[in-house]
Design a binder for this molecule. Sequence first.
Ligand code: SAM
Length: 322
Amino acid sequence: MSYLETTHDVYKEAALTPDVGLCCTTNPIWELPGLKIPKIMQEMNYGCGSTVHARDLTNNPTMLYVGVGGGMELLQFAYFNRQKGGVIGLDVVDEMLEASRKNFKEAEAQNDWFKSEFVDLRKGDALNLPVEDNSIDVAAQNCLFNIFKTDDLKKAIAEMYRVLKPHGKLVMSDPTCEQPMNETLRNDERLRALCLSGSLPIAEYVKMLTDAGFGTIEIRARKPYRILDPKNYPTDELIYIESIEVAAIKDPMPADGPCIFTGKAAIYFGTEDYFDDEKGHVLLKNQPIAICDKTAKALADLGRDDIFISESTYHYDGGGCC
Ligand SMILES: C[S@@+](CC[C@H](N)C(=O)[O-])C[C@H]1O[C@@H](n2cnc3c(N)ncnc32)[C@H](O)[C@@H]1O
């Protein structure tokens, strides 16, 4: 059996018997005015962060969500769009599509504004999306891509890139791990399917996205996720796993490399009212400006003693340079 078949079986089981602890998230289940999330959707929340960010969702974007789970995030996306077929939901597991279809009926009963037809549920594989080129404004996946091995991950990212419109956004949440994992863990198909042993370090994860052509990357959140300990897992050392929320934007690749926002800011505190690096960055005196890592390096390389550059907070929330 391949690891993809094991993954299929794990999620078939998770569709038939909801498993509250399957993927744990420290995110609160947020509800907006008039939005009720049915209990069954909360029990089937198999994500590791949130991919629903209001600032991505203005002007009725066309949306695609890959790996539907219990449908909670599709319902949250539909809240912002409220049109027939406004969100396409794809999954390879029939039982998961069926479970989410049932959950949308429950959501209809609890939310006056919601109709199941707002979500266009389709059978489809992340590795071969049944979606037209350049047709999507916002694509999302939550806790699926970390399962894929390198070649499949490349395919899955390339597929998302293909279907996004220029400047479209791929919004994701996935576990990441900065420690090396041994081969036994890496090759354990079930642990991989459970989002425990496939994760990459953040820099490698980001490089996969920029190698696919995404010109702008935003790391929006980074938080504790799981521990793999020697008593319960095949490892000699404690392994700490985090989860991140990331947006990859189909902006053209800048000639000097991608803009990767990891939550750094620059503050000018010199004698003038502002500092202008004449490359498009104007720093008002004692006002923080969000900067990408490339700009942070360029400003640091100036060697000035009146510009402070913060460490990465891994909480980028828009604005700033580039
Ligand atoms: C960890 S769950 C996450 C579910 C959902 N995104 C959430 O946050 O609750 C992974 C989801 O991806 C689906 N899946 C697994 N392999 C897939 C593939 N190759 N293509 C599309 N969906 C897949 C599973 O059926 C399951 O719904």
